[in-house]
Design a protein around this ligand. Structure first.
Ligand SMILES: Cc1cc2nc3c(=O)[nH]c(=O)nc-3n(C[C@H](O)[C@H](O)[C@H](O)COP(=O)(O)O)c2cc1C
Length: 166
């Protein structure tokens, strides 16, 4: 039975995700990054995380070439960054976005994220029209829990935030 791509997208859109911007710094110092919802924790020992970019993504090709990346987990008030880093029409998405180099790989660590994970690319596995990127975690941190961090969430094509059910 063949699966209709529109229905595939629609049904899978019912699985809510967090929102990350995965970044790297090119050899000439240019920051690159794109919005990724398929980020996941993979392994504790060794420490691995993963995500799935399109295999023909220009930005993935740049990040792949850099050999490393930083995962920026967006906060609920960073919805504008989610759309900005998903648009191929924006050539310089970092314009006006404050960031610092991450401690190990020097990839952009965007101000205001609720957590970040600095990684070296460990392996890239073909996965249909995407690739599965495995990253070896080199360093990671989250914001002070006392600041009550709120994540940005994506569900059925829309952004939202997290609510604790009592
Ligand atoms: C919330 C959200 C999550 C996304 N997650 C992914 C993802 O997991 N994998 C992917 O390939 N594209 C994902 N995208 C789309 C990419 O951000 C977009 O296609 C990419 O930036 C285009 O890069 P390119 O110019 O290199 O093709 C997502 C977009 C949004 C808005």
């Amino acid at each position: 039975m063949s699966i209709d791509p529109a229905q595939f997208r629609h049904v899978l859109g019912h699985f809510p995700t967090g929102v990350t911007v995965i970044t790297a710094t090119l050899a000439d110092g240019t920051p690159v990054g794109f919005t990724i919802g398929s980020f996941t924790s993979v392994s504790l020992d060794p420490p691995l995380v993963g995500f799935l970019p399109m295999n023909d993504s220009a930005r993935w090709a740049q990040i792949d070439g850099s050999g490393s990346f930083c995962v920026n987990i967006l906060a609920a008030d960073q919805g504008e960054l989610c759309w900005r880093f998903a648009k191929t029409s924006i050539d310089h998405p970092f314009e006006g976005v404050p960031w610092q180099p991450s401690p190990i790989t020097g990839s952009p660590l965007i101000d205001g994220v609720i957590a970040w994970i600095d990684c070296r690319i460990e392996n890239v596995v073909e996965a249909g029209d995407h690739v599965f990127v495995l990253g070896r975690v080199l360093q990671l941190e989250h914001v002070d829990p006392a600041t009550d961090p709120a994540p940005l969430l994506f569900f059925r094509g829309q952004l939202g935030d997290f609510r604790v059910l009592s």
